[in-house]
Design a protein around this ligand. Structure first.
Ligand SMILES: Cc1cc2nc3c(=O)[nH]c(=O)nc-3n(C[C@H](O)[C@H](O)[C@H](O)COP(=O)(O)OP(=O)(O)OC[C@H]3O[C@@H](n4cnc5c(N)ncnc54)[C@H](O)[C@@H]3O)c2cc1C
Length: 459
């Protein structure tokens, strides 16, 4: 998710116009718990999910001397923050890779303290803008950005953002590109599905800028939470809360506890993959649906060194070719080239277009990017291609999408989402955070939920 597009362009302007013209081991030792009989055990808390929020809640509960069992459906920890090292032979973040709110991001601070193991640095904020095959300054795009950003400060209307934008702006030749960068590749939804009220009501900025970690965000998260015990391959199917405490039904048996902390995505919750018995109050289901999960995917190419040399591409540079699609969901990507000086480049897609592309399959996703790159760099572009990969977060049954975004008219439901039920079912996860849609936000939500558990359930 590219949060700070505007900042990038603003920084470029601040730095110098001439510059702009020129520029135009996830296998760390967390504790996988061995098999044991759940029926013989009762816990203070069961934490469901071992993504950033579940790991954080578990660590916090353990530090307070509580007995806790964290269960995870997948055969790995990290959830939507996962680094793969095998596909390209270098760290490849399949989910999160920007350290958002960099100056205040607690996980970035942890990484900086471990500088022998992690190379953490601020996003250099370079941008490369193309109009057809021509490199351009990016000022037209930047100016349009500024206009669109001004709406953010014009009051809180919980309506589709698209309905607030006048026709003259929609006719701007850079509109589809700005829409793609500020909508599909930011909150992960198109302007028709995006409401400014979500930011106004629910979001607090805790730091400036973005950062990167060369070893991968998933690897950093696993290190940050090393030693946190997790029971993997344990799929929660049902949570019973009609008697005392909770009984959590899993594919490995039933777990009894005084309370449970649910950290799965709103997509998993709204698809009813986890049943609650008795059913939760109706407003909770409205919240699961209203704080919906967007689709945002990386389509990643490994390119020959000559490509970067030939086109003089600096590391970590943002790449925006002008797109003209005139469709409700812009058909384009937000590119980040030569990540961490490697020969990987990410081309990220979001919104309805990303959903459609994902449904068409991996080949269609990769072909889309390659075709687009041919139109910028010429048909010889194919000679630079070594390997390609596309993520499909919508197809992952344990996430069913990428990160949360309130539907227009539903921004108030984030509060409902995070409120506990019956003093024993608590909710955490990125969607409940003041820095929603982020890893560090999910991490903070784990800490927040433990405070709630102790205060409300008095365990
Ligand atoms: C492509 C992509 C790019 C992103 N980019 C960024 C970025 O650059 N920066 C950033 O900060 N954030 C980014 N995000 C968002 C970030 O990854 C998430 O906000 C964050 O990782 C969510 O953590 P979480 O703990 O709330 O949820 P998850 O990571 O989803 O953790 C929940 C866990 O619950 C498990 N689970 C689900 N169902 C069950 C069940 N029935 N039983 C047991 N376990 C279950 C899941 O397997 C999962 O491990 C991105 C996400 C994606 C997908």
């Amino acid at each position: 998710m590219l949060h700070n597009n505007v900042e990038i362009f603003m920084n470029l302007k601040k730095i110098s116009r001439r510059e702009l013209l020129k520029k135009s081991i996830s296998s760390l030792p967390f504790l996988a718990l061995p098999n044991f009989s759940f029926s013989q055990s009762s816990f203070d808390v069961v934490v469901i999910g071992a993504g950033a929020s579940g790991l954080s809640a578990t660590a916090e509960l353990l530090s307070k001397g509580k007995s806790v069992l964290c269960v995870e459906a997948m055969n790995r920890i990290g959830g939507r923050c996962h680094t793969d090292n095998s596909i390209f032979g270098v760290p490849y973040d399949m989910g999160a890779h920007w350290l958002h709110n960099y100056s205040g991001n607690q996980i970035a601070k942890y990484g900086k303290k471990h500088k022998d193991e992690f190379n953490i640095y601020r996003d250099p904020d370079n941008a490369l803008v193309f109009d057809g095959q021509k490199k351009v300054t990016g000022f037209k795009l930047y100016n349009l950005y500024k206009k669109l950003e001004e709406y953010k400060y014009n009051g809180v209307k919980d309506v589709p953002f698209m309905s607030l934008i006048p026709q003259r702006i929609k006719k701007n030749e850079w509109f589809d590109t700005a829409h793609q960068l500020l909508g599909a590749c930011n909150p992960g939804v198109d302007f028709n599905e995006y409401t400014l009220a979500d930011d106004h009501l629910n979001y607090k900025n805790i730091g400036a800028g973005d950062g990167f970690v060369k070893e991968g965000y998933g690897t950093l998260l696993a290190h940050y939470r090393k030693g946190v015990p997790v029971k993997l391959n344990t799929l929660v199917k049902e949570i019973q809360w009609d008697g005392k405490g909770v009984k959590v039904e899993t594919n490995q048996g039933t777990i009894s506890a005084k309370v449970c902390v649910v950290t799965v995505s709103t997509g998993v919750l709204s698809s009813d993959k986890i049943k609650f018995k008795p059913a939760l109050p109706l407003e909770k289901y409205e919240a699961f649906d209203g704080i919906s999960l967007c689709t945002y995917n990386h389509i990643t190419l490994k390119l020959r060194e000559e490509f970067y040399k030939t086109f003089k591409i600096k590391p970590d540079v943002y790449f925006s070719p002008r797109i003209i699609t005139k469709t409700p969901s812009p058909k384009g990507y937000c590119g980040t080239l030569r990540l961490h000086k490697s020969n990987l480049s990410y081309f990220d897609v979001g919104g309805q277009f990303a959903k459609d592309l994902e449904a068409e399959g991996t080949k269609a996703s990769i072909d889309f990017v390659i075709n687009s790159l041919r139109s910028t760099f010429g048909s010889e572009f194919d000679n630079y291609l070594i390997k390609a990969h596309a993520t499909r977060w919508g197809q992952n049954q344990y996430t069913t999408g990428s990160y949360s975004s309130a539907k227009p008219g539903k921004a108030h439901l984030r509060k409902v989402l995070k409120s506990p039920v019956g003093d024993r079912i608590f909710f955490a996860g990125e969607a409940t955070s003041i820095n929603f849609a982020t890893v560090h936000g999910a991490d903070l939500s784990g800490k927040r939920v433990v405070k709630d558990v102790i205060k409300i359930a008095r365990i």
